[in-house]
Design a protein around this ligand. Structure first.
Ligand code: SF4
Ligand code: SF4
Length: 390
């Protein structure tokens, strides 16, 4: 075997030779496990198997064996994946195609072969601290009129997606945490955690963001909204808790009481979208069990969920992640449309997500016909809340 110099792929060499080419990651369906197709890229971008989990494994193997593949073509394929992790979740023998895909992106980025769109996202993060190139100063607009606590015991990191794409979720989270009894503060100059850079293979730039965030955050407990941020921080060795976890605990131990508002009653039945980052094992948050927490929060609020509980582990990505929405917006729109189609089939009148990234993406494509909420935003819109001492 020839060492073609793809050192980041070498760590997965055994896996590259053990793919059984069973095609689960291409076309699996298994109704009682909630598997109904697997790959958002195959469904919404191209049906070519070269863009699937097994295709990325085959590409990595060919490169390690020294095959002279056309690297710009490899890059075009590698940057058309959402990095959702569903191919890893369904693989019956535990292959890591998403992890290999991310290593492949890092190899390409090292060789300056990342597509221009990916480089633009990197530069937007480095200059404006968000992947949408929105002015950095807008990153705190969600908190206008709210005062960070002068002596905080909890540091809120809403993440770029909430701050820039779904600000109502960031605002509601800060307010709810205050009602629960936390003394909450947040940065007036937010720093991106680096998750968009890691997803695109810009490993060194992501490490710089990790260091900048650690240096700029006081030594306090941290509460994070975005699943991608939580996974990124934990992978970087920085402790953080999900806002969803704090909300769930407070609703169940009595520190937060919520009563349906008469002037804005909640829908009786909702659909949920958990977000791949908090529901796929690949992203490292399996211990959080966010899908269960979200459903238990909704049950505590008296709101029924229309889908089967098995759905999130194998749900097909909505198209928000991995740079898909910026690099291939038409494909990401098709992925969102596939997700939104039929959501009201079982009587759901709203879609709730634990992920501000997914909620923002689906809001963009719901056409105003269907409300899409972050979980904190949903509570703020439809419930009167009180802490135990009020
Ligand atoms: S990666 Fe796993 S699911 Fe996909 S073809 Fe290979 S063995 Fe099958
Ligand atoms: S990570 Fe998701 S989008 Fe990428 S190949 Fe796997 S299933 Fe398809």
């Amino acid at each position: 075997m020839t060492d073609a110099g793809f050192a980041r792929l070498r760590a997965y060499e055994n896996a590259l030779y053990h793919c059984a080419t069973c095609n689960y990651c291409v076309s699996a369906t298994w109704s009682e496990r909630g598997i109904d197709g697997v790959c958002a890229t195959l469904r919404g971008h191209t049906p070519a198997a070269s863009h699937s989990g097994k295709g990325y494994l085959a590409t990595a193997r060919a490169l390690l064996e020294g095959e002279a593949l056309d690297l710009p073509t490899v890059a075009e394929r590698a940057y058309a994946c959402t990095t959702c992790g569903n191919c890893e979740a369904v693989c019956p023998i535990g292959m890591p195609p998403t992890t290999v895909l991310k290593a492949l992106r890092a190899e390409l980025a090292d060789r300056k072969l990342a597509p221009g769109g990916a480089v633009a996202i990197r530069d937007a993060v480095l200059r404006q601290q968000n992947p949408w190139a929105a002015p950095a100063v807008q990153g705190t607009d969600w908190s206008l009129g709210l005062d960070p606590h002068p002596r905080p015991n909890l540091w809120l990191l809403p993440g770029c997606a909430a701050a820039h794409r779904h600000p109502a979720e960031a605002r509601a989270a800060a307010q709810l945490l205050g009602v629960i009894g936390y003394d909450v503060a947040w940065s007036t100059e937010p720093t991106c955690c680096g998750a968009p850079l890691s997803a695109l293979g810009f490993v060194d730039a992501a490490a710089g963001q990790h260091a900048a965030l650690a240096a700029g955050t006081p030594s306090l407990a941290r509460a994070v909204l975005g699943g991608e941020c939580l996974a990124e921080l934990r992978a970087a060795g920085q402790p953080a808790t999900a806002v969803l976890e704090l909300l769930h605990a407070a609703l169940h131990d009595g520190r937060l009481e919520a009563a349906a508002r008469g002037d804005s009653p909640p829908p009786a039945v909702v659909a949920v979208l958990d977000g791949c980052h908090v529901s796929k094992p690949h992203h490292g948050l399996a211990d959080l069990d966010a899908p269960r927490l979200l459903r238990e929060v909704l049950a505590k609020l008296g709101v029924q969920v229309s889908q089967a509980p098995a759905a999130p582990r194998y749900a097909v990505c909505c198209g928000a992640a991995g740079g898909m929405a910026q690099l291939h917006p038409a494909s990401a729109a098709r992925m969102a449309a596939a997700h939104l189609a039929g959501i009201d089939e079982y009587g759901a009148a709203a879609l709730i997500s634990a992920s501000p990234l997914c909620a923002g993406h689906l809001s963009d494509h719901a056409g105003g016909q269907f409300p899409v909420y972050g979980i904190c935003e949903f509570i703020a819109a439809h419930f009167a809340v009180a802490g135990p001492d009020l």
